[in-house]
Design a protein around this ligand. Sequence first.
Ligand code: RB5
Length: 142
Amino acid sequence: MKIAICSDHAGVEYKTKLISYLLGKGYEVLNFGTDSTVSMDYPDVAHPMAAAIEAGEADLGIALCGTGNGMSMTLNHHPGIRAAVAWNVAIGRLAKEHNNANVLVMPARFISYQMAVSIVRAWLTADFAGGRHQRRIDKIPL
Ligand code: RB5
């Protein structure tokens, strides 16, 4: 399982720690940056990460910015991406069970690192429920 990951300057600290966490759990990780705390623009890393997932270069993605909003708005412009913002464990689990989100977005400035790890774990271990949820997903594209 290969996981792509990206953040802006607001999420870089959690991203760096999450990379170690994921590698420790045996995942392959593709890091799209940023790797600096210098202020930068989240689309500059979100678009390349989304394109890589759409191209099959990674199975899933994780994105972090301050609120989660900028990343999710950018990522969801890509037809092959369903990016869900989660700020607690239940929302992270439901992002997979109900929305089959292939990218998990977290608001680094509003959750603890421990919460971020718990959300990642819940999302990665949950299974898509299908059924009525697939029907709803099928209605998302315009
Ligand atoms: C950066 O200051 C902040 O705007 C960004 O991390 C994110 O919250 C945008 O949606």
